[in-house]
Design a protein. Structure first.
Length: 318
């Protein structure tokens, strides 16, 4: 009788194993894409990994400031793609005439740390800010604005701003668009503008941005590269060949939520040749907001007629 029970138990266990097979993880196809930033890097291009598609694009000078959109959000970003900078001014009236050369300037950290923004926590400050709006595509200055952050609450920000000579004074409410991470504002339009796609629709932005160096002479520099969306994780690898990286190797990589892990240094500029070359030994492993994994490697920075500003890459879902 015991032998019969043992035989039945073995048959049951055998059936269970066959009914719950462990399927292999099938990777996607290797796809090639090329993003147009243009030769003067005028475009900012939002890109989705899962569809391998451009979601939207804008001219980088279309906006000036971005305001955190969550109900409890208060952070303010400057337009890193135009080399914007901010200086905080205290203990003088807003109407005072100021010389930009006398000011101390700060930039946002491209790693996306909201505790490292140039504006900082304006809620605990009593002064105002000077914004250097950076440069146009032709390298001409975009000018300065004096800015006072009057109010921030769960629904909107209220700011007052003017030119340095106090002309063109405005006071505006900027309502939070909670479909996006940051609500964008343009001084040219004196209004909000549509820049960011909905939060979960994009993973990467191809753009110029301001990189910070540990250098007192040149602390910030305008570069061209790729930043990731918040909650997108990225690892950089130079050990394995692109073709050899598989889903089963995910645990080998150290992922970071810093937005500038892909950054700009997958390419290098030669002053001798006057051209960019790609470091094809770098592979980026990316976990998107939908928790899928991809590998990405850059192939070129030029289009078919030799114009710079057209990053080309291969990508595969793991």
């Amino acid at each position: 009788m015991k032998g019969l029970l043992l035989l039945m138990l073995l048959i049951f266990i055998s059936c269970e194993k066959s009914e719950i097979p462990i399927l292999p993880h099938n990777p996607g196809d290797i796809l090639i894409n090329q993003i147009e930033l243009s030769t003067d890097y005028r475009f900012q291009v939002f890109y989705d990994l899962g569809t391998n598609m451009k979601i939207s694009q804008n001219i980088k000078t279309d906006w000036d400031l971005q305001f955190e959109s969550s109900s409890e959000g208060f952070h303010i970003l400057i337009n890193s793609s135009t080399f914007s900078a901010v200086s905080y001014v205290n203990d003088v009236p807003f109407s005072d005439n100021l010389n930009p050369a006398d000011l101390i300037w700060s930039w946002d950290n491209a790693n996306g740390d909201l505790d490292s923004t140039a504006f900082g926590d304006h809620r605990i400050k009593t002064g105002f800010y000077i914004l250097d709006r950076g440069y146009n595509m032709n390298a001409s200055p975009r000018g300065y604005k004096k800015i006072l952050i009057d109010t921030v609450n769960t629904e909107y920000y209220q700011i007052s701003y003017s030119n340095l000579d106090n002309s063109d004074f405005n006071s505006v409410k900027i309502y939070k668009d909670q479909d996006v991470s940051f609500t964008s504002f343009s001084f040219e339009q004196n209004n909000t503008v549509s820049i960011q796609p909905p939060i979960d629709d994009w993973d990467l932005i191809f753009t110029q941005y301001t990189h910070l160096f540990n250098d007192t002479i040149t602390p910030a520099y305008l570069v061209t590269g790729v930043l990731s969306n918040y909650n997108v994780l990225v690892a950089q690898d130079t050990v394995y060949d692109f073709e050899d990286i598989t889903y089963d190797m995910i645990s080998n990589f150290l992922f970071s939520n810093d937005c500038n892990i892909i950054g700009y240094d997958w390419k290098e500029y030669s002053f001798d040749s006057g051209a960019f070359t790609i470091n094809s030994l770098i592979t980026y492993i990316i976990k998107d907001r939908q928790e899928r994994y991809f590998k990405l490697r850059f192939l070129d920075f030029y289009n078919d007629i030799g114009e710079k500003g057209y990053p080309k890459f291969e990508i595969q879902e793991l």
